[in-house]
Design a protein around this ligand. Structure first.
Ligand code: ADP
Length: 311
């Protein structure tokens, strides 16, 4: 970190993305069509890749704004209360008529799951609102988005971020048809191995393959491609250089949201003015720590935890 940013507030991370209420139903066995069964537990958790990544960044002590939409239902109020509790600025959140994004997750005694996702308000985010918001907000250092909002919103977020001189990060999850002409507005494209393979049709199994695939993806015009590889760490490539990021050795219990923690950590590393290799170490520490705890948002690490791991 440079000395002139260490005493001042870093610029803002703006996360354009989804917010979901996750309802997790525990039951002995899945019902057949038309059958009613008793479940034994019902838990409510915040979710959606946008909200997960906003929480990941906010816990690291930088200003974070979330841009997206919730419904005018009770879930929308609850999602707003989650953002308040995490210190996330919600001036970019619209409340729209209808349901909030939701996921109903049934988990049976064997651990098998069935998931129904209702995009709800996430599908109604308006690209014009997003463009105006990013253009008029002060101190935007990084704009971070994922694949759970409409494609025109993703494209607009990247272009508007770039137009005002922010660094832009696209986490292409889930894998979809991302238009190639957005890629020259993307500073960092951060797929996992599975998404990178689907987007390119290339192998990413070995480290050599992964580096080559990342290199191929930079030809789309992206500044830097980072392919995350779970406990094998990550590889990165720019047009002129490439390298590996080792994973931290941790006792992993549940890797849910490791990728979200990685993206939030990368955004924070960048707004703190870290070098590329330091920002990737931050991201890697966040991903590793998220793997040490169960769940998504409950597993996202704090600044103290990350600094301790970084040493
Ligand atoms: P996703 O959750 O999108 O599939 P990954 O599983 O690739 O993403 O994880 C993202 C990053 O989190 C990895 O690149 C790595 O830095 C870190 N990570 C994930 N799993 C582990 C693990 N078991 N041990 C250490 N680090 C991990």
């Amino acid at each position: 970190m440079t000395s002139d940013t260490s005493s001042s507030i870093p610029p803002r991370v703006v996360v354009v993305g989804s917010l979901n209420i996750d309802l997790v139903v525990g039951l002995e066995r899945m019902p057949h069509p038309g059958e009613t069964v008793f479940g034994h537990s019902l838990e409510r958790h915040p979710g959606g890749k946008g909200l997960n990544q906003a929480v990941a960044a906010a816990r690291l002590g930088v200003p974070v704004t979330m841009v997206g939409a919730v419904g005018d239902d009770g879930s929308g109020d609850w999602l707003r209360s989650v953002m308040s509790a995490e210190g996330i600025d919600q001036s970019g959140i619209s409340t729209l008529a209808g349901t909030s994004g939701a996921a109903v997750i049934e988990v049976d005694a064997t651990g098998a799951n069935r998931i129904v996702v209702i995009p709800g308000a996430n599908d109604l985010v308006d690209a014009t609102v997003v463009a105006d918001y990013i253009a008029s907000s002060p101190d935007v250092g990084v704009v971070l988005t994922q694949g759970e909002v409409p494609m025109d919103v993703i494209v607009t977020a990247m272009r508007a971020g770039r137009a005002r001189g922010a660094q832009t990060i696209l986490n292409p999850a889930p894998a979809r048809e991302y238009p190639r002409d957005v890629m020259d507005s993307v500073n960092f494209l951060v797929p996992n191995e599975h998404e990178a393979a689907l987007m390119t049709g290339l192998e990413v199994g070995s480290t050599v393959d992964a580096v080559e695939t990342a290199g191929e993806m930079t030809r789309w015009g992206v500044g830097c491609v980072v392919i995350t590889r779970g406990e094998r760490g990550a590889v990165w490539s720019t047009a002129t250089n490439s390298g590996q990021v080792q994973a931290f050795r941790v006792h992993a219990v549940d890797t849910v949201a490791a990728g979200d923690a990685f993206c939030g950590g990368l955004a924070v590393g960048l707004v703190r003015g870290e070098t590329l290799s330091e920002a990737l170490r931050w991201a890697s520490a966040c991903g590793a720590l998220a793997a040490t705890k169960a769940g998504a948002v409950p597993s996202l690490p704090t600044l103290d935890e990350v600094q301790e791991l970084l040493g």
